[in-house]
Ligand binder design. Structure first.
Ligand code: ZN
Length: 402
């Protein structure tokens, strides 16, 4: 028997089942890409297929209809019976969608991972933004059954419809995240939230952020964390833009989760969140690193931040040795930037600045790298102004109740 995958021609989409792989049209680009069917449902008499595009991030997973499927070349799952594979060439009767309870109970139970693979929230409304979620988040089921979940943009409480939200807004007095404002410059502020003191807010924030972060498990216990919420101010109040969380007690990590909400992405806010995490580490006289794994977007932001911070140090380095060569150790770079040593080495390698010369590793900054760096720096950029930060590190003792 050959192990080569066999592709079948299907006459009807009714023959498809979960686990099939076929070419599917991507809504965003209109291009056809191979995808796996993760789930099938019938709504208004029409079958819909939840697909995951191979080699693409899960945020592109989506419900599609028959017109988006190319039935000319379908691979059936391995566990699919041979009889059914053969039938793929013939006409299959359309499955009867109404099942008795006993029939339903005979269906294989889905694992938590399988259920979490499917986006469960269609839309959220947050302040003036209506946002399409990227990933699964464990909001209560009755909320997910609604076409849209309405969030109070101040306390992040979630309700089922606009009427409930209007009723809540009459009572909700918050106009900023419920913590201390530790930074303000122009319209940008940061608020520090203690996950124990503002537990409900922190839990609501975790639920909201899970919609846009795939890798992180949700922290039901928010007590050990601090949350730094970035806001932009207008006449109505301080509107949430993004946040990062940080463990109160951690030797290595200066950041657990970081998120810029989609309406505010690509505007330099992500960089600002990362920069503040290092400025706080500097106040603590520590070096730090983000908790792994980083999301694809998270890694991009970090790589760009690290390169910039490290090149700043290398280019401004004033100390020269007797041969007029700049001397700086990896340790010095790490101390000056608060970026931990592993991330410094990773970045120097990425930039191809580490060279092996006369049986020593040396850092060699090439002129094109410098030119590129200075060009990027000349573009307007949001930066943390340390003089606008009012924050002193607290001692979180693990033996005491925090
Ligand atoms: Zn509220």
């Amino acid at each position: 028997m050959s192990n080569k995958p066999t592709f079948f021609f299907c006459k009807s989409a009714a023959q498809l089942e979960e686990g099939c792989t076929l070419s599917v049209r991507m809504e965003a680009t209109g291009m056809w890409k191979p995808a796996d069917i993760l789930s099938i449902k019938t709504e208004g008499g029409k079958r819909q297929y939840y697909v995951h595009f191979l080699h693409f991030d899960k945020r592109l997973d989506d419900w599609v209809v028959e017109e988006d499927l190319n039935l000319s070349s379908v691979r059936f799952p391995r566990n699919c019976s041979t009889a059914k594979r053969k039938l793929a060439d013939e006409d299959l009767p359309v499955a009867n969608e109404t099942m008795t309870r006993s029939q339903q109970s005979q269906l294989p139970q889905k694992s938590v991972d399988e259920i979490n693979a499917i986006k469960n929230v269609q839309w959220i409304e947050l302040g003036k933004h209506r946002i399409k979620p990227w990933y699964f988040s464990p909001y209560p089921q009755e909320m997910c059954a609604q076409p849209c979940i309405y969030l109070c943009e101040w306390c992040l409480k979630y309700v089922m419809n606009a009427t409930c939200l209007a009723r809540h807004l009459v009572k909700c007095n918050l106009r900023h995240p419920p913590g201390e404002e530790i930074y303000r410059k122009d319209t940008i502020s940061f608020f520090e939230i203690d996950g124990r003191r503002s537990r409900t807010y922190a839990q609501n924030l975790c639920l909201l952020s899970k919609l846009f972060l795939d890798e992180k498990t949700l922290y039901h216990d928010t007590d050990p964390f601090l949350f730094y919420i970035m806001t932009v101010f207008d006449s109505r109040g301080f509107h949430i833009v993004g946040y990062f969380s940080k463990e109160k007690i951690s030797d290595e990590n200066n950041l657990a989760c970081v998120l810029t909400l989609p309406p505010y992405q690509r505007l330099g806010y992500g960089r600002l969140l990362i920069e503040l995490s290092y400025v706080l580490s500097k106040c603590e006289r520590k070096t730090g690193s983000p908790e792994k794994p980083l999301s694809d977007l998270g890694l991009l932001s970090y790589r760009s931040f690290w390169s910039q911070a490290i090149l700043d140090v290398l280019i401004n380095q004033k100390y020269h040795d007797s041969e007029n060569k700049i001397t700086i150790s990896i340790n010095d770079i790490s101390e000056k930037t608060s970026i931990n040593i592993d991330d410094v080495i990773f970045t120097l390698k990425e930039l191809e600045l580490i060279m092996y010369y006369k049986s020593r590793h040396i850092v060699c900054v090439k002129s094109d790298v410098v030119k590129n760096h200075l060009k990027n720096k000349s573009k307007p950029q949001l930066r943390i102004d340390a003089s606008c930060l009012h924050w002193v590190p607290k001692e979180w003792n693990s033996s005491k109740k925090h």
